[in-house]
Design a binder for this molecule. Structure first.
Ligand SMILES: Nc1ncnc2c1ncn2[C@@H]1O[C@H](COP(=O)(O)OP(=O)(O)O)[C@@H](O)[C@H]1O
Ligand SMILES: [Mg+2]
Length: 429
């Protein structure tokens, strides 16, 4: 019996296209007198694909909901238009994004280069969405129906790296009991995503460069050259240019990989995305945890907006999942993990003008204290905790500045970066 579910070349998923596929699956099953194991596996694969598509559609639904709410608050401007234009070109991004100029610029570059076969290098801090961006490049390319094969170069032991990437032939080394295809061959026709490329050992860098130049691979232990057509997308949270200056990353490979370079900005440089992401993750967590979407009180809201997010979007997502698990209806600062609770205390209470609280002078004083504290905190951060420098910048004398720091219970020590060399002259800068 022949089992076939036609895969449309059009990658846009709609309920109608999914229903059509379901119907074909149903009638295949209805008329099957008996099924071979291989046929069952094929059907299972198709069920899984349908399930994936369903999840993507659900994600998109959530995205549209959040975007609609966001749009109501947003003024019409060029950023919103650029974002709308991306969406109208049925641009595929399986995450959420707002009107942030830096992110939009990155998405636009990625979308443009997606259609070509040029290598793309995605850089950005951990958790900023590099992997998502790689998926986006693949999904918007002409290869989207072919496989996207991911390799985490940081997770593979050095001695197995080449066999993992290029495969091996039987007997090539102890334990190579049969011929095995590598990731490059598996990605033939599609895309290979080399994550954490900065972790690739120098020896493998040489081999990779050769493959990129010749489009041919050689399995470990074999003389035969095999032609491969895989589009390369790489990602790194390291500065490869600097690494190549230091000699830990081959400069020629860096230039090969970075024909198109896309930088995903850290979350703290696109804070305007936070409310949108927060809402998206609240809805996602509610669905996963089978609960009503979490409400977030004003204090926590403010904290989530101001926090620096060293772990970027991944960290925000984890925080929301934790809150959704621990809080009942409404989450507050008390639901944060201890470490973050400390950071929240450090940022200080937000100013909320409570008209019921009376005297204008009181409100003014609170607001002014709050602003003063914030100002000092930002200042200390800027000067890396050096009180002398801060006093100079603020044009106040040092004893006065110290009194202010004391008043706000701020310590210069908390703003010293440990990786910086100690400042000469004086224990407190
Ligand atoms: N714009 C976004 N919208 C929704 N989720 C996002 C977005 N960017 C990143 N994420 C989520 O954040 C997490 C980290 O993203 P990932 O692509 O793995 O980051 P990186 O590879 O840079 O470490 C993932 O769960 C991802 O789905
Ligand atoms: Mg990653």
């Amino acid at each position: 019996m022949k089992i076939q579910v036609p895969r449309s070349k059009n990658t846009a998923i709609t309920f109608a296209s999914m229903l059509e596929k379901l119907e074909i699956l149903r009638s295949t099953l209805r008329w099957a007198s008996s099924l071979e194991r291989a046929e069952i596996q094929k059907l299972l694969r198709q069920c899984n694909e349908l399930r994936e598509e369903m999840l993507r559609l659900a994600n998109r639904g959530r995205f549209v909901d959040s975007a609609k709410k966001g749009r109501a608050k947003r003024k019409k401007g060029s950023m919103a238009d650029r974002r709308q234009a991306l969406l109208e070109r049925s641009f595929v991004f399986e995450g959420i994004f707002g009107d942030n100029a830096k992110l939009l610029a990155a998405l636009e570059i990625a979308e443009k280069c997606a259609r070509t076969d040029l290598p793309v290098l995605i850089d950005g801090e951990s958790g900023t969405g590099k992997e998502l961006m790689a998926k986006m490049v693949h999904a918007n390319s002409g290869r989207s129906e072919e496989p996207l094969i991911s390799v985490n170069c940081g997770a593979i032991p050095e001695n197995l790296m080449e066999s993992e990437l290029f495969g091996h032939s039987k007997g090539a080394f102890t334990g190579a009991t049969s011929d095995r295809k590598g990731k490059f061959e598996s990605a033939h026709g599609g895309t290979i995503f080399l994550d954490e490329i900065g972790e690739l050992p120098l020896q493998s860098q040489v081999k990779l460069l050769r493959v990129l130049q010749s489009n041919e691979i050689q399995r470990v232990g074999s003389d035969r050259l095999v032609e491969v057509d895989a589009r390369v997308v790489a990602a790194t949270n390291k500065n490869l240019k600097e690494m190549s200056r230091e000699g830990t990353f081959r400069e020629d490979l860096y230039y090969r990989l970075s024909v198109i370079e896309v930088t995903v900005p850290p979350l703290r440089e696109r804070r305007d995305e936070i409310p949108l992401l927060q809402e998206y993750f609240c809805a996602e967590a509610a669905e996963r945890l089978d609960r009503a979407p979490l409400a977030i009180d004003e204090h926590l809201q403010q904290f989530l907006f101001e926090y620096e997010y060293p772990g970027n979007i991944r960290e925000l997502r984890n925080i929301i999942y934790r809150l959704s698990c621990l809080a009942d209806d409404t989450a507050g600062l008390e639901h944060l993990p201890e470490e973050l609770g400390k950071v929240a205390a450090e940022l200080g209470p937000p100013v909320f003008i409570d008209l019921g609280s009376g005297a204008l002078n009181e409100v003014r004083k609170n607001a002014s204290d709050h602003a003063e504290r914030k100002f000092l905190q930002y200042g200390l951060k800027e000067v890396n905790g050096r009180v002398v420098d801060l006093a100079r910048r603020l044009e106040v004398n040092r004893p006065h500045l110290q009194t202010l720091l004391k008043k706000h219970k701020l310590s210069y020590k908390d703003y010293r970066k440990t990786d910086k060399a100690p400042v000469p002259g004086g224990s407190e800068g």
